[in-house]
Design a protein around this ligand. Structure first.
Ligand SMILES: Cc1ncc(COP(=O)(O)O)c(C=O)c1O
Length: 484
């Protein structure tokens, strides 16, 4: 095979100069062996920079960024909680990082024990004893879950089932996962209180229903008030209830989805169980199922035989959904978080997450319109900027841009789609009252600015390194440089 390398365009770097180096390597003390010619290049246009240039470059970049270690990150639906640093310490231990996926599992009993105990803890927390740790994210957990529903119905010869019911308050990945599994997605409307409309659900559920995908609490931050009835309606037609448990932060230690009637659930360990996420980083979307569905779980799962831990393949496994064993170091972080918190303190997470959200809602709802403000929210809530559009021509995007000038990360905006000009706010339990107040004060000040000087919002942000980008163009034609 001949590899023809395109000659790269000469690159001009703003930093560095020929001959500058950032590292001094020791004399080579082994015989030099030339690399195969087809793997090498004449020129490698890398910047030539001193160590100090590199350090300053990355420090400067990090200071232009915003992160959860700097302040509130109220990105609704993302549960951007503070992640204790001890999780990182544990995930850095050589015994974990030096493991190789092809290693004989018998050489890694500690890793297997950790996975087994994590399976057990999650199963207990969710009231669903069958657990796989394989999926790499919530959305992959959903796909896994729907494939389990598929395998269950097939095992019963019920191949006529082809539609998945998805409420309009579901997370966007729910209809996407159903569609990716080859099923027809049928939307179920919400009622005036933000719950699933029961009459509509009864009308739509029938012998062709695979199941319902229920995000609970839903994307409006509301707990489904008729959860048992909703599950009953689906069970009565032979369907299964898939719970999107990514919002478990509102329930953890207080309510167990399995006890509420959910049959299959995924949990975003990278949200509820303090695994860092964002920027597409590795996550973990464990899937939990009721006991009789455990036979369909992806392989391998970890089992305990006597005092030994081993991998096993469930009897009617849907197969593998990810290479090897999932994002193992994400599992280590979730395990450490849970062990340090302890069973007795778990409910505090949900209690504080819910109190914090309700406190913020109470501070904001007289200024920003809260479409479901008469209900207690769970861990997050939605506001609509529609009155600002009508009165001042200011949009939710302008409000989100302006909040950056106050030093905060904006909330999620324009999601869920059912709320026009939506702002979706999730403070999480790891914010103090002072930081909630600072954030609320900023949003209230912005509301006053909208009335007094709307242009200041429309031109915002005024302090960020970049202001309003054309998102598509910025991704396709990035301008990477200090001076451009
Ligand atoms: C309710 C809900 N479901 C599903 C997902 C998808 O999870 P992931 O981004 O890990 O794929 C999210 C993401 O935050 C979510 O908030």
């Amino acid at each position: 095979m001949t590899i023809v390398a395109n000659k790269p365009e000469p690159i001009v770097y703003e930093l560095g100069a020929p001959g500058r180096v950032g590292a001094v390597l020791p004399e080579c003390d082994v015989p030099l062996t030339p690399l195969p010619a087809h793997l090498t290049r004449e020129e490698l246009p890398l910047p030539q920079v001193a160590e100090v240039d590199v350090v300053r470059h990355f420090t400067r970049l990090s200071q232009k960024n915003y992160c959860v270690d700097l302040g509130i990150y109220p990105l609704g639906s993302c549960t951007m909680k503070y992640n204790p640093k001890i999780n990182e310490e544990a995930a850095k231990l050589d015994g974990f990082t030096a493991l190789h996926p092809y290693q004989d599992p018998a050489d890694a009993p500690g890793a297997l024990q950790l996975m087994y105990e994590l399976q057990e803890m999650l199963g207990e927390i969710c009231g669903l004893p069958g657990v796989t740790l394989q999926p790499a994210a919530g959305a992959q957990g959903e796909l896994t879950g729907i494939l389990i529903l598929h395998a269950y119905h097939r095992s019963r010869g019920e191949t006529q089932r082809h539609k998945v019911l998805v409420p309009d308050s579901a997370h966007g990945t729910n209809p996407a996962s159903s569609a990716m599994s080859g099923y027809q997605v049928v939307q179920v409307k919400s009622d005036a209180r933000g719950n699933v409309d029961l009459d509509e659900l009864r009308r739509l559920a029938d012998h062709e229903t695979v199941g319902l995908m229920l995000t609970n609490p839903n994307t409006l931050g509301l707990f489904e008030e008729h959860i048992r009835e909703v599950c009953q309606i689906i069970h009565d037609v032979g369907g299964l209830v898939y719970g999107d448990g990514a919002n478990l932060n509102a329930l953890v230690g207080i309510a167990r989805p399995g006890d509420l009637g959910i049959d299959v659930l995924h949990s975003n360990l990278h949200k509820t169980f303090a695994v860092p996420h964002g920027g597409g980083g590795p996550g973990a979307g464990a899937v939990l199922v009721r006991r009789d569905l455990a036979q369909f779980l992806p392989a391998p799962v970890v089992v305990k035989k006597g005092k030994q831990y081993a991998f096993a393949t469930p009897k009617k496994s849907i197969g593998r959904v990810k290479s090897f064993y999932g994002n193992f170091l994400a599992l280590v972080r979730a395990y450490v978080y849970l062990r340090l918190l302890g069973k007795e303190h778990l409910a505090r997470v949900a209690e504080d997450a819910v109190i914090n959200a309700n406190y913020l809602l109470a501070r904001l709802r007289n200024t920003y319109h809260a479409p479901f403000g008469d209900r207690r929210c769970k861990h997050e809530f939605v506001l609509t900027g529609t009155p600002f559009v009508e009165k001042y021509g200011v949009h939710t995007l302008d409000i989100a841009k302006r909040i950056q000038d106050y030093g905060f990360h904006p909330p999620t905006i324009y999601f869920p789609l059912t709320v026009p000009e939506c702002l979706m706010i999730e403070p999480t339990e790891t914010q103090s009252k002072e930081s909630l107040d600072e954030f609320a004060d900023a949003l209230l000040a912005i509301a006053q600015e909208a009335a007094a000087n709307p242009q200041i919002l429309k031109d915002a942000p005024h302090t960020a390194p970049v202001t309003r980008l054309d998102d598509v163009k910025a991704a396709r034609e990035p301008v990477l440089g200090y001076h451009s």
